[in-house]
Write a protein that binds this ligand. Structure first.
Ligand code: C5P
Length: 251
C-alpha cells in the first residue's frame, strides 16, 4: 500500500471515527498463542502469578475496563479447552470466542481480528503476556484511537542506546528520539484488518502491529504507557509482576 493511499485511507477512517457522541464499540484481541521459548519452554501464559495464571490477570484488566465491549482470546489450539474453562470458572463475561493462533504473532492477531464482532469500530490488540496493564493505559489508548485511528502506549527510554557491530559500539544515538512501545495498540477496525491482511499477503516481518500501519503510510499516535506494563518474558519478570500485584492487593 503506498503512503499516498495510506494518507487517503487515514482521512476516510477519521471521518468515520469522529462521530460526536457515539461511544465506539471497542473489541480487544488478546494474543496468547506464543510458545514461551524464552521461559525455558514453559507456556508463560499459564504460569501462576499470585496464585492465578498470567492470562487470567490480563483478561481481567480488559473485563474490568468499561471502554472494552468484548474480548477475543487467541491461544494455541491445544490450549483452547483450558482457556475456555478458565474464563468460565472465573466468571469472565466479555470473552466472546477463544480461537487458535498461528505460527507468528501477526498471524495470531489476524486470526483474532477476523473473529471480532461486526459492531466493532476499534480493536485493542494486546499481548497476553502483559498482565499488569491498567484500565487507565487501556482507556487512554482507546480514547486517542477514537480521534485519530491508531494509538500506541509508550514509555521513554531510561537506558542509553548503542548501535553495535562485532562486539564494538559504532554509534550512540540521541536517547530522546526513541521510546519503547507497549500494548494495547488500538486501531480503527477496518483499517487494521486491511493493513494486517496486506502485511500477511506480502510477508512483512513485524514485531508489533503499529509497524504495519506505519509502513502503510498511516500516522500512529503515542499515548502514555507504564513502566509496570511489562511483557512477561523471563522468570525474573514473574518476580517483578508478583511484587507489583502484591502491592496492588495490599499484601
Ligand atoms: O513472542 P513475543 O514475546 O513477542 O509474544 C508477544 C505475545 O504474542 C505473547 O502474549 C504471545 O503469547 C503472543 N504470540 C501469539 N502467537 C504467536 C507468538 C506470540 O499469540 N505465534
Amino acid at each position: 500500500m503506498s503512503s499516498v493511499l495510506g494518507k487517503i485511507l487515514s482521512k476516510l477512517f477519521l471521518k468515520k471515527i469522529l462521530k460526536p457522541n457515539k461511544k465506539p464499540f471497542c473489541s480487544a484481541v488478546i494474543a496468547a498463542a506464543g510458545s514461551g521459548e524464552r521461559m525455558g519452554g514453559t507456556d508463560k501464559i499459564f504460569v501462576p502469578l499470585c496464585g492465578e495464571p498470567v492470562i487470567l490477570w490480563t483478561i481481567r484488566a480488559f473485563e474490568n475496563c468499561d471502554a472494552v465491549r468484548e474480548i477475543v482470546l487467541v491461544v494455541r489450539s491445544e490450549k483452547i479447552p483450558d482457556a475456555a474453562k478458565l474464563c468460565k470458572d472465573a466468571g469472565i463475561k466479555k470473552v466472546s470466542v477463544v480461537v487458535s493462533g498461528g505460527k507468528t504473532r501477526a498471524e495470531s492477531v489476524l486470526r483474532g481480528i477476523n473473529e471480532v464482532s461486526e459492531k466493532a469500530d476499534l480493536v485493542a490488540i494486546h499481548d497476553g503476556a502483559r498482565p499488569l496493564v491498567t484500565g487507565e493505559v487501556i482507556t487512554t489508548a482507546i480514547e486517542k484511537a477514537r480521534t485519530c485511528g491508531a494509538a500506541v502506549p509508550m514509555v521513554p527510554l531510561s537506558d542509553t542506546v548503542k548501535k553495535h557491530k562485532d562486539g564494538y559500539v559504532t554509534h550512540t544515538p540521541d536517547r530522546g528520539e526513541f521510546c519503547c512501545v507497549q500494548t494495547p495498540q488500538v486501531f480503527d477496525y477496518d483499517m487494521i484488518r486491511g493493513v494486517l491482511t496486506s502485511a500477511a499477503e506480502n510477508g512483512w516481518e513485524l514485531t508489533d502491529d503499529a509497524s504495519a500501519v506505519e509502513k502503510s503510510g498511516i500516522a500512529v499516535a503515542l499515548t502514555r504507557g507504564s513502566h509496570r506494563n511489562i511483557k512477561i518474558t523471563t522468570p525474573e519478570d514473574l518476580l517483578f509482576a508478583e511484587a507489583v500485584l502484591s502491592g496492588r492487593m495490599g499484601i
